[in-house]
Design a protein around this ligand. Structure first.
Ligand code: FE2
Ligand code: FE2
Length: 479
């Protein structure tokens, strides 16, 4: 019985439902840019209304609901293509902030009311308005054919026992270190010009997806480990974790996530065609080094096409390898003869790659830059280089204090950030691990966003390298 319900729940919506949702999101976006009498807006609005009437005549009323970041119409799931997905995610993020979980339109809705409603919602986005104030406004202006639904909570997740949490942390660690060795094996294979067997890579990526989809914070914590002998492989694993986290937040289905993960894992594979001394050079690169280094995207595409079986996965990986250093403003490399926008996967990987390269200080620049400074740099100095929405999404994932950051608390204690609170980035969840007298015998888990923790604050980020703190060991300690 249970299985049957689940299957019905995930039934894919029909063509009219897809068109309705896409047009609805287009209307919201258009309403941001133009007035209600604009010809483009009116054309889209009439199209929406025709489909709406067709559906409502058949079913009586129509609900667009958001459950766990997915969109449902009449309890059937909507699948977005890449372009509409980015548009939809921005709108859904805003709905979440104002506590809106869905909208029901009933038979009495006319064209004029619809337009008023679209403009009401569009004008509210980005403000501190909540669902209640929008409902009040709806009744003030006499719109009755629309009801706004609250956020439907996922089934309450059972509280995880400490034992279960330890197991999840251990599984995340095994998967993460496995991904590093998978990249290493693949790169060694490519170096010897042998065919790369991607079965292991696909398996490890799928396991990463499962873990990130259930809780991204364990994986993100592991990306903060810096002391690897050869950072090239860990860099690829980190870029994979960040890219997949963005993919999960964007609502990608499993197949797309798997392709994105593989592309991220192999994005720098072209580096195997460059001299090892150059990759591992401890000093800053000179002009000649840069000329060499800038060949790795092209070499990467050639390597993927030559050493991986050709299929949808390798085709996407080849494109990401080629495009991941081409910026949104077409600066970067390789220089394109025809300026074509890069692929969505490449845009995602490019953000993840830049962040890891700058924070690790082991890829192109030779000195790590603190995460908060890197995010500021990316947000203010490098905005034209990245897709604005994806960058915002990334900053929201990483937060001010990314999971895995060591911080000094106002109480004088030392803590590890374990998880970000999406709606309160400056007050994450932390694990107190020590104080001025040394490590604590028992770690204490605290959520700084809870009112009872208002007396404690984060004073500053601690660089584990500067204080001889072994982050790898701390992350492996399960108190
Ligand atoms: Fe690269
Ligand atoms: Fe890279």
């Amino acid at each position: 019985m249970k299985t049957k319900n689940k299957q019905a729940h995930l039934e894919i919506a029909g063509r009219d439902e897809h068109a309705l949702v896409n047009l609805f999101f287009i209307l919201l976006k258009t309403a941001h840019l133009v007035e209600a009498n604009n010809a483009t807006y009116l054309t889209q609005s009439s199209k929406f209304y025709v489909i709406f009437r067709r559906l409502v005549d058949k079913y009586g009323k129509i609900s667009i609901k958001i459950i766990d970041g997915r969109v449902f119409v009449r309890d059937r799931i909507i699948k977005f293509n890449s372009d509409s997905l980015v548009n939809a995610t921005a709108i859904l993020d805003n709905w979440r902030q104002i506590g809106l979980g869905g909208i029901t339109f009933d038979d009495s809705l006319d064209n004029r009311q619809l337009d008023k409603f679209i403009y009401l919602i569009a004008k509210r986005s980005g403000t501190k308005a909540d669902r209640e104030s929008v409902i009040r406004r709806l009744s003030d202006i006499g719109i009755e054919g629309i009801s706004l639904l609250g956020i439907e909570k996922k089934e309450e997740k059972e509280l995880l026992s400490e034992e279960k949490r330890k197991l999840i942390r251990r599984t995340a660690r095994v998967t993460f270190f496995k991904s590093i060795s998978v990249v290493q094996d693949a790169m060694v294979c490519a170096e010897q010009d042998k065919e790369i067997d991607i079965t292991k890579a696909r398996r490890v990526v799928n396991s990463m997806i499962d873990q990130i989809a259930s809780d991204e914070s364990y994986m993100i914590q592991l990306t903060s480990i810096r002391d690897f002998d050869d950072h090239t492989y860990a860099h690829c694993a980190n870029v994979c974790v960040y890219s997949l986290t963005m993919g999960v937040r964007l609502g990608f289905d499993k197949l797309r996530l798997s392709q994105l993960g593989m592309a991220a894992l192999f994005h720098d594979i072209g580096k195997v065609r460059l001299p090892g001394d150059l990759i591992r050079k401890p000093e800053a690169y000179d002009e000649n080094d840069w000329i060499q280094m800038q060949k790795h995207p092209e070499l990467g595409t050639k390597t993927v096409l030559r050493n991986l079986k050709f299929d949808d996965y390798s085709a996407r990986a080849a494109r990401v390898a080629y495009e991941h250093h081409i910026n949104d403003d077409f600066t970067g490399y390789p220089v394109l003869r025809t300026k074509m926008p890069t692929n969505l996967f490449s845009k995602i990987v490019s953000i993840a790659d830049t962040f890891d390269a700058l924070t690790s200080g082991r890829v192109y620049i030779k000195k790590p830059i603190p995460t908060d400074e890197v995010l500021r740099k990316m947000m203010y100095q490098m905005t034209v280089k990245f897709d604005a929405f994806l960058l915002k999404l990334f900053v929201n994932i990483i937060g001010i204090y990314p999971a895995g950051t060591l911080v000094l608390l106002s109480s004088g204690e030392l803590a590890l950030v374990t998880k970000n609170n999406r709606d309160n980035l400056s007050r994450p969840q932390i694990r107190i691990i020590g104080d001025r007298f040394g490590p604590k015998k028992e770690f204490i888990e605290i959520d700084l966003s809870q009112p009872e923790q208002a007396g404690i604050g984060i004073q500053k980020i601690i660089d584990p390298g500067k204080h001889s703190i072994d982050l790898k060991t701390i992350l492996q300690m399960d108190s």
